[in-house]
Design a protein around this ligand. Structure first.
Ligand SMILES: *[C@@H]1O[C@H](CO)[C@@H](O)[C@H](O)[C@H]1NC(C)=O
Ligand SMILES: *[C@@H]1O[C@H](CO)[C@@H](O)[C@H](O)[C@H]1NC(C)=O
Ligand SMILES: *[C@@H]1O[C@H](CO)[C@@H](O)[C@H](O)[C@H]1NC(C)=O
Ligand SMILES: *[C@@H]1O[C@H](CO)[C@@H](O)[C@H](O)[C@H]1NC(C)=O
Ligand SMILES: *[C@@H]1O[C@H](CO)[C@@H](O)[C@H](O)[C@H]1NC(C)=O
Ligand SMILES: *[C@@H]1O[C@H](CO)[C@@H](O)[C@H](O)[C@H]1NC(C)=O
Length: 322
């Protein structure tokens, strides 16, 4: 049982280590989702009393998120579908937008994360050439509502166009790409059109990126304890190698960790066994010292000592007496 338990532990440890990268991704996503919730609340606060439909209201992001730009636009859903909305900051919204579930009025919340982009939308291996922009749709029936669920909006005819301003130029030899993040946190790349335009068929977050070639601003590779040959030129495509190296180390680490755990557990099991044995011995010694307690059996009205088995039960003699 002890061995089985240790093995189970080992498997658990291995599984935990394998899951680590996923856990990281998840926390990044939940951070971004929490930001969406907060920005919805603050964007709605930007509406004045009795806001006009079709007017863009700039909101103020919370003070601990200075630099993020938000806005809110309230539209009748029928009007959005028939006419679209030609320019909502960088977003050009075409005709044919359908939302699920259906609402009569909806609010489109705009986000420009500016210098917070990388904090909330980490994209390993890539450099942002433009800020991350968000376009999310909510029910517009109650403008004091918080914690709203996003509506699903689909562009059924033409795509929504995102015309980025002030896109940084891509370094020589690299190709800038559009990136989109859906609300589940998965990213997708597509081609830029016209130098600065991305397209989307659904709501989400969008930006323009390039793949970073040199080891970028991320954590520098940890140098080995002894490096006898410092390579004069960086090896261009060491990223994949590094990743698999990391994986190997994680596996080796978890196996070693598991073995150590196994050892500790076995020791624990042994110790517990020894302890129990010792306890039992002590108990027996004590019993011996006190003299073996004899079982008392009721015989008639009085009690008489009786051994547990083997011996015949004692009886009162006068019962046989004539
Ligand atoms: C920023 O402040 C808001 C309240 O105004 C709070 O709910 C939120 O958690 C804070 N966010 C961060 C990232 O500190
Ligand atoms: C972004 O810039 C603002 C000032 O414009 C600053 O207050 C804020 O701390 C910056 N955010 C980050 C994540 O650096
Ligand atoms: C929009 O697309 C999503 C998935 O792509 C789908 O579940 C939803 O039903 C669609 N909504 C409409 C109104 O077409
Ligand atoms: C870097 O990008 C390449 C190509 O997109 C990918 O294969 C690799 O896994 C990425 N590395 C990391 C650490 O994400
Ligand atoms: C990425 O976008 C393309 C084109 O819109 C689509 O066909 C593909 O399914 C998307 N991939 C993911 C992972 O969402
Ligand atoms: C993106 O552009 C490249 C060439 O620049 C082309 O080969 C590729 O097919 C394009 N992808 C899409 C989805 O249009």
């Amino acid at each position: 049982m002890g061995l089985l338990g240790s093995l189970a532990m080992l498997v658990l440890v291995l599984v935990c280590f394998e899951q680590l990268p996923d856990v990281g991704a998840q926390s990044t996503r939940s951070k971004a989702r929490a930001l969406d919730v907060l920005l919805q609340e603050f964007a709605y606060k930007g509406f004045i009393v009795g806001p006009k439909t079709g007017t863009i209201y700039k909101g103020n992001a919370p003070s601990n998120l200075t630099g993020i730009e938000i806005a809110a636009l309230r539209l009748r859903s029928g009007s959005l579908r028939r006419r679209g909305f030609s320019m909502y900051n960088e977003f050009e919204i075409p005709i044919g937008i359908a939302e699920t579930p259906y609402v009569e009025r909806l609010v489109l919340v705009y986000q420009n994360l500016h210098n917070w982009s990388t904090r909330y939308y980490e994209l390993p291996n890539h450099t942002y050439l433009a800020p991350v922009l968000g376009l999310l749709a909510y029910d517009g029936s109650d403008l004091s509502a918080t914690n709203l669920q996003e509506l699903n909006i689909n562009a059924t005819a033409n795509p929504i166009l995102i015309k980025f301003q002030d896109v940084k130029s891509a370094p020589d030899g690299t190709v800038a790409k559009c990136v989109s993040f859906d609300l589940h946190g998965s990213s997708n790349f597509s081609n830029i059109t016209g130098g600065n335009t991305c397209s989307a068929f659904q709501q989400g977050h969008f930006s323009i990126v390039v793949e970073s070639t040199a080891p970028g601003p991320g954590p520098a590779p940890v140098p080995g304890p002894v490096s006898p040959q410092p390579s004069p030129t960086p090896i261009p495509s060491s990223q994949g190698e590094k990743k698999s190296n990391k994986k190997v180390w994680i596996i080796v680490g978890s196996v070693l960790g598991g073995l150590v755990l196994l050892l500790l557990l076995s020791l624990l099991v042994l110790w517990v066994r020894k302890y129990k044995q010792k306890k039992r011995m002590q108990g027996m010694e004590r019993a011996a010292e006190a003299g073996e307690a004899l079982h008392m059996a009721s015989v008639g009205a009085s009690k008489a000592p009786a051994a547990t088995v083997t011996r015949t039960q004692p009886t009162l003699e006068h019962e046989y007496a004539p």
